[in-house]
Design a protein around this ligand. Structure first.
Ligand code: HEM
Length: 400
């Protein structure tokens, strides 16, 4: 290993491991590593590598105090006050410049807009000048012209400034925290897997990177477990889901901050491949992500699914200690996603019952049945790899 490669590997592993533990200090480095594509070529300065802490800290429209009262305004259905808040924000919004303030402005206006929409008012029609600002802030910060799961999760401040729609603070906080962490753990897992691929999958560096990716995916699954046990699907469907309805900006309808749009697309195709339904869902999710993630996803599509590569190598080369270890780690990574998907599909079925809500699809427009077919495809990939592992182990034992 050259000194440069060693430094890069240390930096990559440290960032991926920190993200797996929910440490926000590595957020900026994750962006840089995604931008580099983990190949070690220099990191160009990119305007879309944001200072995420600065987005969280920013209150460019002076809405901190009023957003603290947002759940109460929503409980009262006070559309008059909500419209006045939005109009005042638009008056102040002309002076917002720079990517971090622009991202924070989209986050904060987005919550007021979705609140109005939930109470039957079209915010863009109600407040002249809003659409132009949304478009400007979106261009400056690399997202669609309304708030997304990245704003509601990753860029939502923590502590007393955390923004909520509802008065069910504990449940909503759990959801927010799980999507916040997903925006960290999923890019981190993607970086770890990509690093392992470039390092040859079975080298010591590759195995370390794979181990870190497994930690990140297990942490993603553990975060979801807290949602499954702490968030009532009926509460979600009846109380929170109405805030995620679409809003039209310049003639285009944009969905609200659905968790369906967390950047799992940075991992799935790289790790185990996907089927037709899933590809369509990914295509939509990518539109609701950050430009940086979208660009990176395009590059990753060139990878073959890595667990297939490992399964094929086991088949062809037979089992060596390194290949067995790589296959074990790939199995853990793929199974972490299967476990998430199984639990998630059950939760979604509990929320989208006709006796519970008028909604038959998620905020992304997909029926819960789609989730079952994606889970089955994911499980089939894991089973295929585990079959090859068993077979290779069996052949090794047979060898004299
Ligand atoms: C009560 C909570 C939740 C419900 C009822 C729910 C429901 C759904 C539904 C119906 C879909 C289909 C797409 C759509 O139209 O929205 C979906 C997709 C998805 N959701 Fe959730 N969800 C919940 C929470 C979460 C959380 C907390 C996460 C992640 C942290 C998450 C991650 C995903 C992902 C990644 C997809 C895309 C499908 C896949 O790749 O398997 N969801 N969800």
């Amino acid at each position: 290993m050259t000194t440069d490669t060693a430094a890069l590997t240390d930096e990559t592993l440290a960032a991926v491991t920190a993200a797996a533990h929910g440490d926000a200090s590595a957020d900026g480095l994750l962006d840089t590593l995604l931008l580099r594509g983990c190949t070690g070529s220099g990191a160009p300065a990119d305007p879309l590598v944001l200072d995420h802490a600065a987005v969280r800290d920013a209150d460019p429209l002076g809405l901190d105090a009023v957003l603290r009262r947002l759940p109460l305004l929503n409980d009262a259905g006070d559309t008059g006050s909500l419209t006045a808040v939005l109009a005042a924000a638009v008056e102040r919004g002309g002076s917002v410049t720079g990517p971090e303030p622009a991202a924070a402005a989209l986050r904060d206006t987005g919550m007021v807009m979705a609140s109005l929409r939930r109470h039957g008012v079209d915010p863009v029609a109600a407040v002249p000048g809003l659409a132009a600002l949304l478009t400007r802030w979106a261009a400056a910060s690399g997202t669609i012209p309304r708030d997304t799961v990245v704003h509601y999760g990753w860029w939502n401040p923590t502590g007393p400034r955390e923004r909520h729609y509802t008065t069910a603070t504990a449940q909503e906080s759990l959801l927010i925290d799980s999507v916040r962490q997903s925006c960290r753990t999923l890019p981190a897992a993607s970086i770890g897997l990509d690093r392992a691929w470039h390092a040859g999958l079975t080298t010591p560096v590759a195995l370390l990177a794979l181990g870190a990716a497994v930690q990140a995916l297990q942490s993603y699954g553990a975060m979801f477990e807290t949602v499954r046990t702490g968030v009532s699907p009926v509460w979600f469907a009846q109380q929170l889901r109405p805030y995620f309805d679409p809003i039209t900006v310049d003639g285009v309808a944009y969905c609200g901050p659905a968790a369906a749009f967390v950047p799992l697309y940075l991992v799935d195709e790289l790790l185990w491949g996907t089927g037709a339904d899933h590809t369509a869902l990914h295509r939509e999710a990518v539109e609701y992500g950050r430009t940086l993630w979208r660009d990176r996803r395009g590059e990753l599509a060139d990878h073959p699914p890595l667990d297939e590569v490992v399964a094929e190598r086991l088949h062809r080369e037979g089992e060596t200690a390194e290949l067995a270890e790589a296959a074990r780690l790939f199995s853990l990574a793929t199974r972490a996603l299967v476990r998430f998907r199984g639990q998630h599909a059950t939760l979604a079925r509990g929320a989208y019952r006709t006796d519970v809500t008028g909604y038959s699809t998620g905020s992304g427009g997909w029926a819960p049945a789609t989730l079952l077919s994606i889970t089955t495809e994911n499980r089939d990939a894991a089973t295929h790899l585990d079959d090859e592992r068993r077979c290779a182990g069996h052949h090794r034992q047979q060898r004299p």
